[in-house]
Design a protein around this ligand. Structure first.
Ligand SMILES: Nc1ncnc2c1ncn2[C@@H]1O[C@H](COP(=O)(O)OP(=O)(O)OP(=O)(O)O)[C@@H](O)[C@H]1O
Ligand SMILES: [Mg+2]
Length: 370
């Protein structure tokens, strides 16, 4: 990764942590699309993969996990400028997950208790925004992100059990704000994968009623293009910027920017973005190049998604220096067929649980905020 600015004083980046304690709510999908969305609007963005699953890393076509990445940077074993990988999208870099993150989460316990450590480690990258993909747990990696973040964006899938994740997530944010990071703000609640469950509209209505302004006006609809994009290791905003989910992520990116601008406090200030039309054109352009590169077979063109990081002098480093030399591969996701009978039973159970969950959600949230 080339250093962004050569001026002596670089303002710290705005850091948005994408977090919900609940699994499978589109944290990674949101983090990746927000990162490219912000890149399309003209910002220099670093996406940090702090999830041991490494899904954000593979979403950018980097597979297997490299040897140097977020864990090594946080623990001081590598510099962010060396470990961050260039992506196919101008101005967007990836600090990948590594196997060490999977095996040594406990070694981040110290980082999770220290205000601003991640921010310090990323300071010399000179990017405008850092987007962090957090794991679905209150792990040390999550605390490390929240101890530095300016704001948390919470994707919530409005299923019958959404309230539990939301309440736990809210408690965790509150605890970290009080104990470690007073700067930690909320970048809002983004409803994801809407329209996929019969009870989803009711749950979404309850969440909107309880959280009011905190919930984004735009929601991300369920769209088969998201899975298609994931299989191709492309963010849906790149594969299909004019489609349902792609366009919704562009809208959500703009809403994130408006919310950060409104907060207008230290850690949330950014220069003005490019116009929407220009951003959409950039995404369409990326689709043409990234998609074209993929069609040329990823293993035949390892440079399409990951180029070797640049030295400060702009030379490409040997990939070996960073412990990553393998070709970029994209593995098709396994599709598990679900029988019609199982779907029906699941549907009935979900409908039953939704009634109970909506009621419980109102009570818990009233106690929390009222
Ligand atoms: N809008 C959408 N429409 C359809 N499928 C979606 C949508 N958003 C996400 N998905 C799919 O839902 C699954 C879970 O998404 P994702 O991995 O982003 O969730 P997550 O919260 O990061 O999961 P985890 O908690 O395991 O980290 C993925 O298969 C993804 O492709
Ligand atoms: Mg994830």
């Amino acid at each position: 990764m080339a250093k962004a600015k050569s001026i002596a004083v670089i303002p710290p980046p705005v850091m948005v942590a994408v977090f919900n304690q609940k699994g499978g709510v589109a944290k990674t999908t949101t983090a990746c699309n927000l990162a490219v969305g912000l890149g399309a609007f003209g910002y220099r963005v670093l996406l940090v993969d702090l999830d041991t699953q490494g899904n954000a890393t593979s979403s950018f076509g980097v597979s297997p996990l490299p040897a140097t990445g977020a864990f090594e940077v946080i623990t001081g074993r590598a510099k962010a400028l060396e470990a961050a990988l260039d992506t196919a999208y101008d101005g967007v870099w990836l600090l990948p997950a590594t196997a060490s993150l999977r095996d040594n989460d406990h070694l981040l316990a110290h980082a999770g208790r220290r205000r601003g450590l991640l921010e310090t480690r990323l300071a010399d990258t000179g990017v405008d925004v850092v987007v962090v993909d957090c794991p679905p747990a209150l792990a040390a990696a999550t605390s490390t992100a929240l101890a530095s973040a300016s704001a948390v964006l919470m994707p919530v899938r409005p299923d019958p059990y959404a309230h539990e994740g939301l309440v736990n997530t809210w408690y965790e944010i509150k605890r970290i704000r009080e104990a470690i990071n007073v700067q930690l703000g909320v970048a809002g609640i983004l409803l994801t994968m809407t329209g996929s469950e019969p009870t989803g509209d009711d749950v979404a209505r309850v969440i909107r009623a309880e959280f009011g302004e905190q919930v984004y006006a735009v929601d991300i609809p369920t769209d088969p293009k998201v899975a298609e994009a994931a299989q191709m290791a492309l963010p849906v905003a790149v594969l299909d910027p004019d489609g349902l989910a792609g366009r919704a992520y562009v809208d959500a990116t703009e809403e994130v920017l408006r919310r950060l601008a409104r907060q207008n406090r230290q850690g949330t200030q950014l220069p003005p973005p490019l116009g929407r039309d220009e951003a959409l054109n950039r995404l369409r352009g990326w689709r043409a190049t990234a998609h074209g590169a993929l069609l040329r077979r990823p293993d035949a063109s390892p440079g399409w998604a990951k180029r070797a990081p640049l030295d400060d002098d702009g030379d490409e480093d040997e990939a070996d220096d960073h412990g990553y030399s393998g070709p970029v591969t994209v593995e098709a996701a396994a599709v598990t067929p679900v029988t019609t009978g199982r779907r029906l039973v699941a549907l009935l159970l979900a409908a039953f649980a939704a009634g109970m969950a909506a009621e419980a959600l109102s009570g818990v949230l009233r106690r929390l905020f009222g």
